[in-house]
Design a protein around this ligand. Sequence first.
Ligand SMILES: [Zn+2]
Ligand SMILES: [Zn+2]
Length: 403
Amino acid sequence: MTQTKSKLVFWGVRGSTPTTDRDSWRYGGNTPCLEVTTPDHTRFILDCGTGLRMLGNQLRIVNNRWGEGQSEAGIDAHVLVTHYHWDHIQGIPFFQPFFEAQNRFHFYSFQSKYLGRNSLRQVLEAQLASPYFPVDVSNMRSSRSFREVSGGDKWKVDNTEITTAWLNHPQDCLAYRLDMPSGSIVYATDTEPGAPERDHDLRELAHGADVLIYDAQYSPEQLASSRKGWGHSSWLEGVKIARESKVRNLVLFHHDPDSTGRTIDGFLSAARQEFPATWAAMEGMSMTLSERGVGVTLPKSRLGQRRRLRFAATVKGETDDGRAFEENATVRDLSLQGAYLCLSSRPRLQSELSVNIDAGDHERSSLLSLRATVVHCETGREQAQNGVGVVFIEDAEPEMPRD
Ligand SMILES: [Zn+2]
Ligand SMILES: [Zn+2]
């Protein structure tokens, strides 16, 4: 059977600096790193933020399993770097496959006017120089090649055509477009609207893309005032570009380290009012591109102990096609993080539900009111029922009792 799907995985979605705050866990705290696998198994890595470490661990597991008994087995990947700000390169020293001789990497980035020739190679070596890192670059045993590219370039890797455009960002930044037989992805992060030529070039690059991943670090209000000139953008700009360029799916990306899960929920629901096919990038989220369109899967997040039960609940939310619903449902399991519900409506991934569980017994009723976000939806075992996984979401102003 011929493989006609490509897969995009988000390993890091946070901008500027990694975060571990309690309020940032739902979307994730690692800095930018994406992986794209094409139908012909070519692998691309977009940016080398701290998400790269997790990708490295995963690739080693897959490669070891796959390569058993094959001495030639190794990881081969094309690494496209947008620019040299820390959040896009700081995963490099922690990517284990770079240190293994059987692996091959092909790097692409631009010549920085501050660094001159071989900019990316210099950046990579400087990160491992003393006294910044305990081992030097001679320990990086993988084979590495470097290619300098510039805005407006176009080249081919196997069956994928890559096109670039300059973005409006301090010390410059490149956007990349990948055209594969299964669909097209545009990665345009770290950019601020307002430079007419670059705004135009980005719209051209994004034209008709299946997926546009776009910098939505700030709110439109911040972008117009306190964060003007910082080199980033908002969901509102993303929506404008997506509409004007006839993009099929918009992904809000490069979340601010100070944005809580609730802040990002707010950006997403505002964007969906204007452009329904919007998603908020989440660590571990994947998108599958094929002739059937784009499918989205969110990471497994309810890893805590689950209690099987059968509570009645009333659930309010929004369906896949944007209609409001309210229905009586059954809660099938419950953990501290979330629940599994049986619903006849099919709620939309990443949309908010209000779940009112009747946790009383036959003598008195006791209502538990929770807000949740949809992380999973499958056709259930029972007819006309959907199995829906939800994660409970934090209150806007968490007031935790002190220990
Ligand atoms: Zn950045
Ligand atoms: Zn930057």
